[in-house]
Design a protein around this ligand. Structure first.
Ligand code: GN1
Ligand code: MG
Length: 356
């Protein structure tokens, strides 16, 4: 990411409706797409400031429209509300044009909150399930017409397959050799997953990136508070949110773990997560509970094929810290895909028992 000084960032903040003073900033570097900063006022964290990646999110007003619509509903005694901070001109985001176009937005920070990249604690897995269910319950009656498809076909396997195949035709032979096992695995799993048809599932307003570290928890009580990173909030199918949660909660290793012996499918965490979902189980239709476990295979695979495609394309989509990071992420995601596929029957039984 570009290096921003506190002075640069204070100049950005001056466009927003906040008290004019000297703020300090901490970059949050876990995301792969946007540039994110925690904003401190008198040494206390107060806001999140983000520069939105315009190459990925081409329709920023669509993204902000979706967030705005959802935030009106995403509030309850057991769901913390996030507020957008408007610009002084009364807009939800700031558009700056110099050498390139820059888009910035700001929101309130939830006090005394924390996030986890991974967990081995079933209480955290339960809370994650509970808050994801709550998020869906709060958005259940939303009119899909009000939401813009900001990244069309985001979790569409057919699209990701086409992009992968295009990348194969242009990638250097050397790269294809290095990635051979990943390429072979892709062909193998595509033939398995082509049988599932998410479009037959009911449409819901989904978060579409329900990684564990997109959930805020209270430092004090350990309860889940709300979901953050609402950029990909748009229509989807519940199995997407189920699968992204499983891949980051049930596996105790980070998503780019190179030592695959550390990548595990932890049944205790899976069951705790599904118990958390069961708090709002009346929301799920039979059709959804039947195919939900496939989400746990589909999502790590989709992220894996996307990372592989980006590796073959020369790392043009995700931020990478080193040349082969996308390939390492892909191999790790594929390893977990294999592990969830091995647990399909088990997952079906648990989901049927707890949500059916
Ligand atoms: C990207 O930047 P971040 O972490 O919010 C990606 C997600 C992936 C994630 C990591 C718009 O999200 O789909 O889950 O990396 N978001 C987009 O795997 O591509
Ligand atoms: Mg995201």
């Amino acid at each position: 990411m570009k290096n921003y000084s506190d002075r640069d960032l204070n100049a950005i903040l001056a466009y927003f409706s906040v008290a004019e003073k000297e703020y300090t900033f901490n970059p949050l570097t876990d995301g792969y797409i946007n540039d994110t900063f925690l904003v401190f006022e008198d040494s206390a964290p107060r806001y999140i400031l983000q520069r939105v990646n315009h190459k990925v999110f081409k329709n920023i007003s669509g993204v902000m429209n979706n967030i705005n619509h959802a935030l009106r509903n995403l509030t309850a005694p057991d769901y913390s509300k996030i507020n957008l901070v408007e610009t002084k001109a009364g807009k939800e985001y700031l558009e700056l044009h110099s050498d390139s176009s820059d888009y910035w937005r700001m929101m309130t920070y939830i006090d005394e909150s924390t996030a986890h990249n991974t967990t081995s604690d079933p209480k955290i897995a339960f809370e994650a399930g509970r808050i994801i269910g709550k998020f869906h319950l709060l958005l259940e009656n939303e009119d899909a017409e009000n939401y813009v498809d900001t990244i069309p076909r985001f979790h569409d396997l057919e699209l990701r397959k086409q992009q992968f195949e295009t990348a194969l035709t242009t990638a250097a032979t050397k790269k294809k050799e290095v990635a051979k096992s990943a390429i072979d695995f892709t062909h193998e799993i595509l033939s398995v997953l082509e049988k599932i048809n998410p479009s037959a599932q009911p449409v819901r307003i989904c978060h579409n990136d329900t990684k564990l570290n997109n959930i805020l928890f209270s430092r004090e009580t350990g309860k889940a508070l709300c979901l953050i990173d609402l950029d990909t909030l748009m229509t989807g199918r519940f199995l997407f949110d189920f699968g992204d949660a499983v891949r980051t909660i049930v596996n105790t290793a980070p998503e780019d773990e190179k030592d695959h012996s550390k990548i595990t499918f932890e049944k205790e965490l899976f069951e705790a997560f599904v118990d958390g979902l069961a708090v709002n189980k009346s929301m799920f239709s039979k059709k959804e509970t039947e195919t939900m476990p496939w989400g746990a295979v589909l999502m790590p695979f989709l992220h894996g094929i996307r990372a592989l495609t980006d590796y073959l394309n020369g790392n043009i989509y995700y931020k990478v810290a080193y040349e082969n990071q996308n390939l390492d992420r892909c191999l790790s995601l594929f390893d977990f895909t294999r592990k969830t596929l091995d647990e399909m029957e088990y997952m079906e039984e648990v989901v049927r028992g707890k949500l059916g």
